[in-house]
Design a binder for this molecule. Structure first.
Ligand SMILES: Cc1cc2nc3c(=O)[nH]c(=O)nc-3n(C[C@H](O)[C@H](O)[C@H](O)COP(=O)(O)O)c2cc1C
Length: 472
């Protein structure tokens, strides 16, 4: 990778929609790497269109999708001129599953295409897209949609992304992109593929983006580096204070007095070992301070990845009211960000920022009737009859247990799917009037905020954040 193509700052991919196209575009314009979140972009496209697509951005993007008829079918199904009535329910989108579903593939491709296409408008900088390894069933078609829009980097965390380099090679060539999907209770995973030729003949080829694996140990980096088949083009080394999910501590799980996982010496990442692999890497999680970039570079890193500092900036996709509350509480010292080992259905610890009226609060949590309708985080499991079913520990408890899930797994689980889309203003309204509450995540190191707000104001921009990190 040549130096000019290697940004010093990677803006963290923040789901769902926190790092949307507006934020990524603002960062890319500064010459750094803007990254959109690739999570749930099918639902975000569908809900954006149902909200009336103010400004016409989504429709403009769809008009450029190089797959005949797809944009028209999506508009027909989801676009509501002027938007749905306040309190009206959003239409469902097809759920992920092993069975092929063309409508679902089209919506996923279009959602990913639109987000990247919009992030790329008005500059010639680099744009990346960030996926979660755990959402395996979305990845092949999602990545293809992003690639049709010319995405420059794909980043993936929260798992072991060993099949992604080969997947990107295949999709770039217009060939079927294949993954082995983990099935709980089965000895082997199930093959899963998306074939670009199912949407256009001949299949459209695309530029092969660079792939950065987000890892939290040098051991995993070394493992992925071993073979050309699994080797990424670089790494993001993420510490446990980073926003969103983190890897659990190595070894037996110990919790501190606040119920947070205790990380020890074995969890410390050794940048020297990663540097020795010869691939570029960026360090993430608590690096959003002037001076840390230079330190990271002198330790061999290409730069830093920062998330929280961008999640709280003006172009962030977070609902502005929620963002302002986070900033205000962080500044007056009352914001608590807990590394909750139970909140996420994935079983990975997840940072939860405590705010009233959100699912961080026990009273809001117990009042939420469990329901699984977005289902991105549900996982395939082997049924007694040999077929595959899907379950999520945040779904209704009786359903989860009926599907062979352990009742213990359900304790404290939050429906991240609904909460995260609610964070960006797309909360679902249920027929009985219940509105899905938000639940915020942030990194645990917000020490950048007082300085940044003092010099740039509480409504600072992504470009202000980049200047701050560059120390300019
Ligand atoms: C609001 C928020 C949402 C995030 N969502 C994701 C995500 O969906 N996938 C992911 O790989 N990382 C996610 N992250 C982690 C960031 O990409 C980045 O690595 C991290 O924020 C860096 O640490 P910092 O917040 O201390 O700068 C998220 C971070 C934040 C603050």
């Amino acid at each position: 990778m040549s130096e000019p193509d290697r940004p010093r700052i990677v803006q963290g991919g923040m789901g769902a929609g926190v790092s949307g196209w507006r934020l990524a575009r603002a960062v890319s314009r500064t010459g750094q790497l803007g990254v959109v979140s690739g999570v749930a972009l099918d639902a975000l496209l569908a809900r954006g269109l149902q909200d009336g697509d103010e400004g016409g951005h989504l429709r403009r993007a769809l008009a450029h999708l190089p797959l005949p008829g797809v944009g028209e079918r999506i508009l027909e199904r989801y676009f509501v001129p002027g938007g749905i009535e306040p309190g009206e329910r959003y239409r469902p989108v097809p759920k992920l599953g092993l069975r092929p579903n063309k409508t679902r593939d089209e919506l996923t491709i279009a959602g990913n295409f639109a987000e990247v296409w919009l992030a790329k408008q008005g500059h010639d900088g680099l744009v990346g897209i960030n996926y979660l390894e755990k959402i395996q069933l979305a990845t092949p078609s999602a990545a293809y949609g992003a690639m049709l829009a010319g995405v420059d980097y794909v980043l993936m965390g929260a798992g072991i992304p060993s099949e992604i380099p080969a997947l990107l090679n295949a999709l770039a060539d217009g060939s079927p992109g294949r993954l082995t999907v983990t099935v709980a209770g089965a000895e082997e995973g199930r093959p899963f593929a998306f074939d670009p030729a199912s949407l256009a003949e001949p299949a459209i080829k695309a530029k092969r983006p660079r792939f950065l694996a987000i890892v939290s140990s040098s051991v995993l980096a070394m493992y992925l580096n071993q073979s050309p088949v699994t080797r990424p083009d670089g790494f993001v080394l993420e510490t446990a204070v980073a926003g969103g999910h983190s890897a659990p501590p190595r070894g037996k799980l110990h919790l501190d007095d606040d119920g947070e996982p205790v990380y020890g010496k074995r969890d410390r990442i050794d940048p020297a070992k990663v540097a020795a692999l010869g691939l570029p890497f960026w360090v993430a999680g608590g690096f959003a301070r002037p001076g840390t970039l230079a330190e990271a570079r002198s330790a061999g890193a290409a730069g830093i990845q920062a998330g929280s500092v961008f999640a709280l900036c003006r172009e962030s996709g977070l609902d502005p009211g929620l963002r302002q509350q986070l900033v205000k509480r962080a500044l007056d010292g009352t914001l608590r960000v807990r590394n909750d080992p139970r909140a996420s259905p994935t079983g990975f610890p997840f940072k939860v920022a405590a705010l009233p009226d959100t699912l961080s609060e026990p009273d809001v949590y117990v009042k939420r009737p469990r329901l699984c309708d977005l289902s991105y985080l549900r996982t395939p499991y082997l049924k007694a009859n040999g077929t595959v079913g899907y379950r999520c520990p945040a779904e209704p408890i009786d359903a989860y247990v009926r599907k062979g899930g352990d009742i213990e797994d359900t304790t404290g689980r939050r429906c991240l799917c609904n909460a995260l889309v609610s964070n960006i203003g797309y909360g679902q309204h249920r027929p009985d009037g219940y509105v899905e509450p938000p639940m915020l995540t942030l990194g645990q190191d917000l020490g950048f905020l007082p300085d940044l707000v003092r010099t740039r104001g509480g409504d600072y921009s992504a470009a202000d954040a980049v200047d701050y990190l560059l120390g300019t």
